[in-house]
Write a protein of this length. Sequence first.
Length: 427
Amino acid sequence: MTDQPQPAAPMPAADSAETEEQRRALRRYRMGATGLLVAMGGIFVGSHFLPGQGTYAMGLLQAGTEAALVGGLADWFAVTALFRRPLGLPIPHTALIPSNHERIARRLGRFVTRWFLAPEVLEERLKTLHAAQRLGSWLIHPDNSRTAARRIAELLPAALSAAGDERLRALVQRSLTARLRQADVAPLLGQLLAAVPDEDFETLLTQGVSLAREQLVLNEARIHAIVTERSAWWLPKAVDRRVAKTLIAAAFETLDDLEDPDNDLRRRLTEVLRDFRERLRTDPELHARIRSMKNGLLRHPQVQEAMARAWDDLRRTLVDGASRPDSRLRLGLEETLLSMGRRLLEDADLRRAIDERVEAAVAAVLVPWREEIGRFIEDVVRRWDTATLTERLELTVGRDLQFIRVNGTLVGALVGCLLYVAVEALT
C-alpha cells in the first residue's frame, strides 16, 4: 500500500493591509540598496572617463567604488539566493528556502521540541509564570470579571448541547439517587423539628391541616374516580358517588377536628408527633425503617422520572440565565470571579498551590507529547505552499536583508580604499 501525497495545507490568513505595507516597505528598501549599488557602478565606470587618470585621488576613487561594486553584488547574490535563483540561472545552492522546504520543516519541528518544549525549559518558564497572581490581578477589575462571566455564560449553552441532554440527565439522576441513598435523613429531620418551638409546632400542624384540606378539595374528582374504579362492577354509579361523598365528608370532619386546638384528636396527634420528633433523634430502629422506606421510594419509577426531570428544569434555568445580562447566573458568576480574584491576591498559600498544579498539568500535557508536537509542526510546515511560504519569509526578513546589501556595498568601498592606501604606502 503506497502513501498518498497529502494536499498542500493553507497557511494562516494574513492581514491584507499589513501584508501590502510589508510589500511596499520591501520594495522601497530594495530600491534603495539597488540604487546605491548602481550609483557605485556608475561612479566606477564614469571615473575612467574623467581627467586625472593615474593620480592618487582617482586611484582611491576607483578602488573604493570597484570594491563597493564587488561587495554589493556579492551580498545581492547571497540575499537573492535565499529566496530564488539569481537572474533565473540554475546556479547550485541557490533558491535555498524553496529547495529546502522539507528540511526547514523538519528542522523547525526539532528546534521547537529541543529548545521550547524541553522539560528543563518548561520547568524554568512555568516557575516564573505566576499564573495565579496574574489571574487574580486580572479578575479584581470589575470590567474583567464581568467580561469573563459573560464569556462563560455565552459558552454554557453550547457546552451543555455538546455534552448531550440524555447523558447529563442520566448523570443527574444517578447522582441525586446516590446522594439520597447515602443521606440519613431521620436524624437531620429530628434535629430540624427539635429546633421548632412548641408554639411554632402548633402553627405548623395547623398549616399542615390547611394544606391537606386544599389538596382534598383539589382532588375530589380523583377520589370519585378511584372509588368508581375499585368498586364492584355490579354496583350502581349512584352508590359509588355516595360512597365517595361519604369518604370526602368524613375526611373534612377529621380535618375540622384537627383544626380545633381543644379537640382530643388534635391533642393526641400533637403528642404522637412530639414523640415521633424525639424518636427521630434517638431511635435507631426508627432510623432504619425510615431509611428502608426512603430507599424503596427512590426505586419507584415515578420518583426516578422526577429526578431525571430535575435536569430539564436545571438546564432551562441555566440557558435562560446565560442569555440575560441581568440574570442571577451572570451576576453570581461575576461576583464569584471577583471574590476569586481577591482571594488569589490575599492568600499566598492558595496561589502557591494553584501554581504548582498549573505547572504539573502543563508539564504533564506538553512533556510526554513534545515529540508529537514537533512532528505536527513539521507536518504543517511541510504541507504549506512553497511559493507562499517563501514570500511570507521574504516579507518578514527582507527589509533587514536589504540593509545587509547596503552594508556590503559601503564596507566594500571602505575596504577597497584601505587596501589602496596600504598598497600605495608600501610601494
